[in-house]
Design a protein around this ligand. Structure first.
Ligand SMILES: Nc1ncnc2c1ncn2[C@@H]1O[C@H](COP(=O)(O)OP(=O)(O)OP(=O)(O)O)[C@@H](O)[C@H]1O
Ligand SMILES: [Mg+2]
Length: 402
C-alpha cells in the first residue's frame, strides 16, 4: 500500500502543504525544526487516528490557527491512499471549541463519509521508526503497551474496540474500588461484591479479547524478531517476550486454537484470578490484574536487553522489532505497510545503516526517510527515491533521483 498525496492545513508548523508521493517513497531533508517529524506524525495520525507524539491533541493544531479569520483554531489532514489497487481518501479535522483548552473535536471521513475513529484505522498502515523508540527497551511498560496496541489495532479493528471498552470499564471500576478503599469496605460484603461484579463482566470480556490478541500477536512477533535480529546482530540472539499480568499458562502456538477458544480460556483465568485478588483490590482501591498491567520485554541472549545490552544493541533490537512489525502486518493483511524512518539513520553505524536500508529496499514498500543532514540520505540503497527539502514547514525545491 502507498500514499500518493498528503495535504495538511494548520497542522503543527504547516499552514498549508500538499505533498505528492511516488509509490517508492521519498527522501526528506530539512534542518532541525523544519517540520520533518511533524510530517510523519501527520501520516501516523491518518493511519491510526492518534498522534505518536502526544496524547494532547490541541498540541498538533498550529498555534496561530484561526487567528487570521477570527474562527476557532482548527487543523485538517488529508491523504490519498492506494491499497489493493483501490484509492481511498482519508480526512481528519480537529477543531478547538472556544474556552475548552485541551479537548479537540475530531472528525474522521473515509471516502467522503463520516466514520468513527476505529473505522478509519487500518485503511493506511504504517510502521514508524524514530529515535525515541529506544524507550521501547529502556522506558516504562506503558509505552510498550501503547506501541503494541497500535500495531495490533492496525490489523484487527475488533481489538481496537475492545481496548476502548476496556479503558472505559477500567476507569469506572477503579472509581468504585477507590470509594471502597476510602470507606474501608469489607471485601466479604455481598452488596459491595455485587456492585463490583457489574463491572467485572465487561472488564473480563474486553480484557480477555485484548490478552488473546496479544498472545497470538506476540507468538508471531517473537519468531519474526528472532529472524530479523539474526541479520542485524549475527553473534547474539535478540528475543521478545510477552509478560501478561494474568497468570497464564505458557501455551505453545498450536495450543492457541481458534481466537474464540483462546479468549474463552483467558476469560476463565481472568475471572478466577480476580476473585483471588479481591481483598487486595478493596484495600488498594484499584484493579491490580489485567492487560493494563502487561509488559513486553526484549532480551539479549536471554537476558533483559535494557539492563545488559549496549546502547547500540538496544537500538538494533528496536530496529529488528520494527522490521518484524512490518513483516507481521504484511503476513496478516497481504500488503506491505508504509515505512517511516524519522532521523534514525544518523543513529546507526555505517554497517547497520546499510543492513537496514538493504532490508527495506528488498521489501518494495513505500519508504519515507528524513534526516537533518543530507549525507545519511545519500546512500546507494536510497538512490531511487526523489529527494525533497523542507524548511519552516514548506517544501523548497524538488530533486529527482540521480
Ligand atoms: N502546534 C504547533 N504550531 C506551530 N508550530 C509548532 C507546533 N508544534 C510544534 N511546532 C514547531 O514546529 C517546528 C517543527 O517541528 P518538528 O519536530 O517537526 O521538526 P523536525 O524537522 O523534526 O526537527 P528535528 O530535526 O529537530 O527533529 C518546531 O519549531 C516546533 O516548535
Ligand atoms: Mg524531528
Amino acid at each position: 500500500m502507498h500514499l500518493t498525496l498528503l495535504t495538511l492545513e494548520e497542522f503543527r508548523t504547516y499552514q498549508q502543504l500538499a505533498l505528492e508521493l511516488p509509490p517508492e517513497g521519498l527522501r526528506i531533508a530539512g534542518r532541525n525544526a523544519s517540520g520533518k517529524t511533524s510530517l510523519l506524525e501527520a501520516i501516523v495520525l491518518l493511519a491510526t487516528t492518534r498522534s505518536p507524539r502526544t496524547s494532547t491533541e490541541r498540541d498538533t493544531v498550529r498555534w496561530e490557527s484561526g487567528e487570521e479569520y477570527g474562527v476557532n483554531p482548527y487543523a485538517r489532514l488529508g491523504a490519498v491512499v492506494v491499497a489493493r489497487d483501490r484509492r481511498h481518501h482519508l480526512e481528519i479535522s480537529l477543531e478547538l471549541p472556544e474556552g475548552t483548552a485541551r479537548i479537540a473535536r475530531k472528525r474522521f471521513r473515509v471516502d467522503g463519509r463520516s466514520v468513527r475513529a476505529h473505522d478509519m484505522v487500518g485503511v493506511l498502515r504504517t510502521v514508524l521508526f524514530s529515535p525515541e523508540d529506544v524507550q521501547l527497551v529502556t522506558g516504562a511498560p506503558a509505552e510498550r503497551r501503547r506501541q503494541m496496541d497500535i500495531l495490533i489495532s492496525q490489523i484487527d479493528r475488533s481489538y481496537m474496540r475492545a481496548l476502548s471498552r476496556y479503558g472505559k470499564v477500567l476507569s469506572q471500576r477503579n472509581g468504585l474500588l477507590r470509594t471502597f478503599s476510602r470507606d474501608r469496605v469489607d471485601p466479604g460484603s455481598r452488596a459491595a461484591v455485587a456492585q463490583l461484579s457489574f463491572w467485572d463482566e465487561e472488564l473480563v470480556s474486553s480484557g480477555s479479547e485484548i490478552v488473546a490478541g496479544r498472545v497470538v500477536a506476540l507468538a508471531d512477533l517473537t519468531d519474526l524478531v528472532a529472524e530479523r535480529s539474526q541479520f542485524l546482530i549475527s553473534d547474539h540472539e535478540i528475543g521478545m517476550n510477552y509478560h501478561p499480568r494474568l497468570d497464564l499458562p505458557l501455551w505453545s502456538r498450536n495450543e492457541h486454537g481458534s481466537p474464540g477458544k483462546l479468549q474463552q480460556r483467558v476469560q476463565a483465568t481472568f475471572l478466577s484470578q480476580l476473585e483471588q485478588v479481591r481483598s487486595e483490590e478493596f484495600r488498594r482501591g484499584t484493579t491490580v490484574i489485567g492487560p493494563h498491567r502487561d509488559d513486553f520485554l526484549m532480551t539479549l541472549d536471554g537476558r533483559p536487553l535494557d539492563a545488559f545490552g549496549s546502547r547500540g544493541q538496544q537500538r538494533l533490537g528496536v530496529v529488528a522489532l520494527k522490521l518484524s512489525e512490518s513483516d507481521m502486518i504484511t503476513n496478516r493483511t497481504g500488503e506491505r505497510p508504509m515505512v517511516l524512518l524519522d532521523d534514525v539513520l544518523s543513529e546507526l553505524d555505517e554497517v547497520h545503516r546499510g543492513l537496514l536500508l538493504d532490508a527495506l529496499s528488498a521489501e518494495n514498500c513505500q519508504v519515507l526517510v528524513t534526516s537533518a543532514d543530507r549525507s545519511p540520505l545519500e546512500h546507494p540503497a536510497l538512490d531511487h527515491l526523489p529527494m525533497v527539502q523542507l524548511s519552516d514547514g514548506k517544501l523548497i525545491g524538488n530533486q529527482t533521483p540521480a
